[in-house]
Design a protein around this ligand. Structure first.
Ligand code: F6R
Length: 596
């Protein structure tokens, strides 16, 4: 989703900002812009499309060492030049970049800015016009900024330049991620540490409703009422090589390839001194004390939650409900007496999940966040965090984070179980090898995809039990990156309506990794084949049959999703390639969905 960068120091700000924005490209965006300030004033360059397009319109003769930049994922107003950030006030004194959504912008516009002619359709422009309005009324810039912020309802991360305040970036944050990076004789701001890792690894977290007055040699953090806040920087433990694509054509392929290593790394990270997989005592106690777990997540993380429910119920005998975060907050079910909320989120920034976290905390309940980004909003605001250790996931389509989520969920359920009849560490090691085997056969999936999906307009994924949940994830992966309409179904449910969609050649990808239902799913495949479907059966060793498209090595049945999901990830990846889609940056999507 939208990304912000800012730089104030001695270097050519244009280049630092553009490079920073390139590092944020993975978040998804449809336009981009920068504004730099020098003695001549503020120079704004923006463009619809990619950073590469923006580079074409940036005037290289402008020299400036202060600036702000933005990638925009359209919410209010279509993606075009006018709506792209930065936005300026009418007199062009103030220039702003903003992430988030201002819910009351129409009301503020009516109340304070009835005579101001707006240039764009964005909520953001209202913020910069309000700052100008209050400064015209006599307030100093900082005061006008703070007063404006106090009126905003919704979420914001903001960088603001003022032609009349030398070498300063005014910064603010509420419910949208933003960090301040600290350097020697320079400072930066960024939505994500990754964007500025090439210039510093020292970052200061900002809390909601704080502002920052950033200069090249100082950082002042204040609350909205003006009280000063002291906060030391932390070292961002990110390795730049983790976020480089290397020789891979796409991040998605690199991240799929990393999956066996991710499972092994997680197993090591969660090992105790005796070599057993476990979790910290306080988290284990919180889970054991709960009478029910409520897993809250969105998209792929929700699909991981569906598998997690099986683990907690089958391994640990703890009842679980799994909910889509955007629904839960507004349609809360009757809760048990002593619930524990488990938020699953790769980014830790998903606004839909955060609105639930805020509500359940107000109700006095405790939360555990399972995330790839410790220090993210959902991690900071929950009582407990379990990290995924998957390394940065850059491709918009989540792959290794899903595998990591399932692995951590399995370890957590195992750690709180009173008794278990299998060795999870050993089984995870076998599963990691099985994932490797699938990856080593990727050419077969390329060929399969050409045969099944190169030209189709729709596709179905079916499965039963654990395979059903992976089918849902397979369908999501395929549709988000290849734009083929796809659905994941419980095999037995198809005949209750959806089978009407099966026609000659409709691809049906069936997963058969669960012994107790393997014959049933094969029966469902026969039903669709009888109506013309083109079947592609992915089975597991021990239950394979002649004609299966691929057989994954045998793994412990509950862990089968770790290997079977890789087959549907590869199918989706190659389908997107055949169709010439932008695999890592699918249209309309954002990596970190920071608006509700
Ligand atoms: C799909 C995908 C999304 C995310 C969803 C939640 O590939 O990545 O469906 O899973 O937006 O994001 P997180 O996990 O960051 O909360």
């Amino acid at each position: 989703m939208c990304g912000i960068v800012g730089y104030i120091g001695q270097l050519d700000a244009k280049e630092v900002l553009l490079k920073g924005l390139e590092k944020l490209e993975y978040r998804g965006y449809d336009s981009a812009g920068i504004a730099v300030r020098n003695a001549d004033g503020i120079h704004v360059f923006k463009e619809k499309g990619r950073i590469a397009d923006l580079r074409q319109v940036v005037d290289s003769s402008v020299v400036a060492s202060t600036g702000i930049g933005h990638t925009r994922w359209a919410t209010h107003g279509v993606p075009n030049y006018v709506n792209a950030h930065p936005h300026q006030s009418t007199s062009a004194r103030f220039t702003i970049v903003h992430n988030g959504v201002i819910e009351n912008y129409h009301l503020l516009q009516e109340e304070y800015l009835p005579h101001v002619e707006m240039q764009s359709d964005t909520d953001t422009e209202v913020i910069v016009q309000l700052v100008e309005h209050f400064s015209n009324e006599g307030m100093a810039t900082e005061e006008a900024f703070r007063h404006t912020l106090s009126l905003l309802e919704g979420s914001y991360a903001i960088g603001l330049l003022d032609t009349q305040t030398d070498d300063t970036i005014f910064v603010a944050k509420k419910n949208s991620p933003l960090l301040v990076g600290v350097g020697a004789e320079f400072n930066v701001i960024a939505s994500d540490a990754m964007a500025m890792l090439s210039v510093t690894d020292q970052f200061i977290e900002l809390h909601d409703k704080e502002i920052v007055i950033a200069k090249a040699d100082s950082i002042q953090i204040k609350k909205l009422d003006g009280t000063k806040v002291e906060r030391a920087p932390y070292t961002a433990e990110l390795d730049l090589s983790d976020i480089e694509k290397g020789t891979y054509p796409h991040y998605m392929l690199k991240e799929m390839d990393e999956q066996p290593a991710v499972v092994r790394r997680i197993t090591q990270q969660y090992e105790d001194a005796a070599g057993n997989v476990t979790i910290s005592e306080d988290i284990a106690t919180a889970i054991k004390e709960a009478d029910r777990l409520y897993i809250i997540a969105a998209g792929t993380s929700y699909h991981a939650g569906l598998i997690g429910k099986q683990y907690f119920e089958k391994i640990a005998k703890i009842p679980v409900e799994v909910h889509i975060s955007s629904e839960f907050g507004y349609n809360m079910p009757l809760l048990s007496k002593n619930p524990l909320f488990v938020f699953i989120s790769q980014s830790g920034e998903t606004a839909d999940s955060r609105q639930v976290l805020v509500k359940i905390k107000e109700m006095g309940y405790k939360a555990l966040t399972i995330t790839n980004v410790p220090g993210s909003t959902l991690s900071r605001e929950a009582n407990y965090t379990l990290p995924l250790y998957a390394g940065p996931e850059i491709a918009v389509a989540s792959t290794k984070a899903y595998v990591a989520q399932i692995t951590v969920l399995a370890i957590t359920a195992y750690a709180v179980a009173e008794a278990t009849d299998f060795d999870l560490k050993k089984e995870l090691s076998i599963a990691a090898n099985a994932i490797q085997t699938v990856i080593d056969h990727k050419e077969e999936f390329q060929a399969l995809t050409e045969q099944f999906l190169a030209t189709t307009r729709n596709a179905f994924f079916i499965g039963r039990g654990m395979d059903y949940f992976v089918s849902m994830e397979g369908a999501l992966k395929l549709k988000e990156i290849s734009y083929i309409q796809a659905e994941g179904f419980a095999g037995g449910e198809l005949k209750h309506g959806t089978i009407a969609l099966i026609e000659d050649g409709t691809p049906v990808i069936a997963l058969a990794t669960q012994k107790d239902v393997a014959l049933n799913i094969r029966g469902n495949v026969k039903e669709v084949v009888a109506r013309g479907a083109n079947p592609c059966i992915i089975s597991m060793e021990g239950m394979e049959e002649a004609g299966d498209a691929f057989t994954i090595p045998h793994v412990y049945p509950l862990l089968a999703p770790l290997a079977s999901v890789v087959t549907v990830q590869l199918i989706s990846y190659y389908a997107a390639l055949y169709r010439g889609c932008d695999v890592d940056k699918p249209r309309n999507l954002a990596k970190s969905v920071t608006v509700e």
